[in-house]
Design a protein around this ligand. Structure first.
Ligand code: PMV
Length: 344
């Protein structure tokens, strides 16, 4: 049976980590960013979401990891369902069941995987277009970075210039297997503070108050070009250099925001210092750190250096867990018409 005809669909989507960060929008409603961004889609982890519309009108129900959600999380889900209802003409309520195979507050970008999964499942359940780009555009409205989680491997999100957002979209640039030796060691630090201000709000206070933000915007196109060239040629030294440079630029505009956005904790800063020291000792960049708007840190390195670096990083106190991940596939339908992938 074509499950989409019964108004039900399930979509699975992974998290991603940005190497060039999205931080600042030119249109809040359409989530049109100020700059292009670039990320790696991660394997091992995913959000799996089932959406079923109707048959009757009624309030939307949202269950996350087995718990009925009633507050802000439910409101964000209802906003996306309203958008899907407006586009499809459906007026029934929906039941949404979502599961993450990783802790929701672990810093593994559950909002990106969560909104990508919700966008895929609700679009298919409402019989809206389900090609990768359409799902990605819908996902963006829930959480900007979610638009990149629909695709696998290395993904670019073009900011575009148009007011209607038609030239704003995400697209895959290199497949997940492009650089087989590349590994991301994710350090989940202890006592990572829970975000007090949502990223979507925090980034706009950076735009308004950080003195370094205009310079950052000017630097990003050149940095993205260097990153793409380094990736194409698997040039480790340049890749790690650019990733660190970008992370430092992101952190600097966050910290110079008024009031300051200080996402890192002492163990996070210690991880950054260990990576700098490992690069200094090696005489060439062998690793790069990056982090999002949170205290957990991603450390990228390649095959020959993984063991020694992991040993070194494990000695950093107050890191609860190290998880090793790699570039992975994008979102996909499961249990649906053909279980096909949206795109890789
Ligand atoms: O997608 P949001 O609204 O949660 O913002 C994400 C912002 C960063 O994670 C810091 C950067 C990015 O590009 O993912």
């Amino acid at each position: 049976m074509d499950r989409r005809r019964s108004g039900q669909a399930t979509y699975v989507a992974p998290p991603n980590i940005a190497l060039i960060k999205y931080w600042g929008v030119r249109d809040v409603g359409l989530v049109l960013p100020n700059n292009d961004s670039f990320s790696v889609t991660l394997d091992r982890f995913f959000s799996r979401t089932r959406v079923r519309f109707g048959p009757a009108q009624g309030p939307d129900a949202f269950r996350l990891n087995g718990r009925v959600e009633r507050g802000d999380r439910r409101r964000a889900v209802v906003r996306m369902l309203d958008e899907v209802r407006a586009r499809s003409g459906i007026d029934a309520g929906a039941s949404v069941t979502s599961r993450n195979n990783f802790p929701t507050a672990s810093g593994l970008a559950s909002s990106a995987s969560g909104f990508a999964a919700l966008a895929g499942a609700s679009a298919a359940a409402a019989r809206l277009p389900t090609d990768g780009r359409s799902i990605s555009r819908l996902a963006r409205l829930g959480s900007g970075s979610a638009c990149r989680s629909v695709f696998g491997g290395f993904v670019e999100w073009k900011a575009g210039h148009r007011a209607d957002g038609r030239d704003c979209f995400a697209r895959p640039r290199f497949p997940a297997g492009h650089w087989p030796g590349l590994v991301d060691l994710v350090g989940l630090v202890e006592d990572a503070p829970v975000k007090s201000v949502r990223s979507a709000v925090a980034m706009q206070s950076t735009v308004a108050t950080s003195p370094g933000y205009p310079d950052r915007l000017r630097e990003i196109p050149g940095r993205l070009r260097r990153l793409l060239r380094a990736l194409r040629e698997r040039d480790e030294a340049e890749f790690f250099t650019v990733v660190i440079e970008e992370c430092d630029s992101f952190r600097s505009v966050c910290e110079s925001t008024r009031p300051s956005l200080d996402y890192l904790t002492p163990p996070s800063r210690r991880i950054l210092a260990e990576v700098r020291e490992a690069n200094r000792e090696a005489g060439t960049p062998i690793a790069a750190y990056t982090h999002d708007a949170g205290a957990h840190v991603h450390v990228f390195t390649t095959g020959p250096n993984v063991r020694a670096l992991a040993r070194r990083l494990r000695r950093v106190p107050r890191v609860a867990r190290w998880i090793s991940v790699r570039p992975g596939p994008g979102g996909r339908f499961v249990g649906g018409p053909s279980g096909r992938r949206a795109s890789r």
